[in-house]
Design a protein around this ligand. Structure first.
Ligand SMILES: Nc1ncnc2c1ncn2[C@@H]1O[C@H](COP(=O)(O)OP(=O)(O)OP(=O)(O)O)[C@@H](O)[C@H]1O
Ligand SMILES: [Mg+2]
Length: 258
């Protein structure tokens, strides 16, 4: 993958928090249609990469380009509108809203109707709303939550909340999906199902996926390539097979306490 052909091209990324160099000169190039995993010990800087790519943090140095656009010049909503969606390490569904409404909120940035038009109940807006609801149902079905549409999101078990977050991210109709520990807290069966879903999002929906995950079975099972971060630096990158037999990686991460 040469940087110029990458859908997501991250180069020379560095950021500090006080005295801590959370990322130092990190390069990542994720090609269209790839499932790319970013792994590494706790505190390695994985979520920080996501926070920079999605416009939440400004790096000290480096470049982030998505499909030729400079993401560093953009606010989070603008990054989302370009087609970059994410889920969060700590699952965040909107409490007190149904699963369906949680997905509708995810669609909101794409809807064109103005607030005033909505308040007046203009036909075009009602039509758009009906379209959005139908689409939200489709997305819930896509992640296996068809039966849960009317349930209170916060009352769903963790595994289903994680799927709901995924449906909400898909509501943006993204091209690039950033998943931060999607298998965290899932049991082995749920993890297997998630693996199938991630694969099919790439194979059927043609999404590009950047995955942060500690579950090595999932990482090694779905990823085309894996990059390993340690103390904010890229330690290794390669296919799952290459990375898992790299002595430095085994020492730093795979063979450790994790
Ligand atoms: N907003 C912030 N302010 C200060 N320090 C931060 C901030 N965000 C992250 N850090 C620090 O930067 C380092 C990298 O954090 P990050 O969350 O990216 O790690 P991670 O690889 O995602 O770890 P984990 O696997 O535990 O989620 C950590 O030492 C963390 O405490
Ligand atoms: Mg993290």
């Amino acid at each position: 993958m040469t940087p110029s052909s990458a859908l997501l091209d991250v180069a020379g990324l560095s950021i500090r928090f006080g005295g801590l160099a959370a990322l130092s000169d990190v390069d990542l190039a994720v090609g269209a249609g790839e499932i790319f995993a970013l792994i590494g010990p706790n505190g390695a800087g994985k979520t920080t990469v996501f926070n920079i790519v999605t416009g939440l943090y400004r790096p000290l140095a480096g470049r982030v380009r998505f499909d030729g656009h400079d993401l560093l010049a953009r606010a989070p909503h603008a990054v989302a509108r370009l087609g970059v969606a994410r889920t969060f390490q700590n699952t965040e569904v909107f409490r007190g809203l149904s699963a369906l409404d949680n997905v509708l909120i995810g669609e909101h940035p794409r809807l064109r109707g103005s607030v005033i038009a909505a308040a007046l109940g203009l036909p075009k807006v009602r039509q758009e709303e009906a379209w959005a609801r139908a689409r939200a149902h489709t997305l819930l079905a896509r992640v296996g939550l068809a039966e849960a549409a009317e349930r209170d999101a916060a009352g769903l078990p963790l595994g289903l909340q994680k799927r709901l977050e995924l449906a909400r991210a898909l509501a943006l109709a993204p091209r690039l999906l950033l998943l931060d520990e999607p298998a965290g807290g899932l049991n082995p069966t749920e993890t297997q199902e998630l693996m199938q879903l991630i694969r099919s999002l790439r194979d059927v929906d043609q999404l590009t996926i950047l995955l942060v995950e500690h579950n090595m079975e999932l990482v090694m099972g779905v990823s085309d390539r894996v990059a390993v971060l340690q103390h904010g630096r890229k330690l290794a990158e390669g296919t799952p097979a290459e990375v898992s037999r790299d002595p430095a990686v085994v020492e730093a991460y795979l063979g450790g306490d994790e």
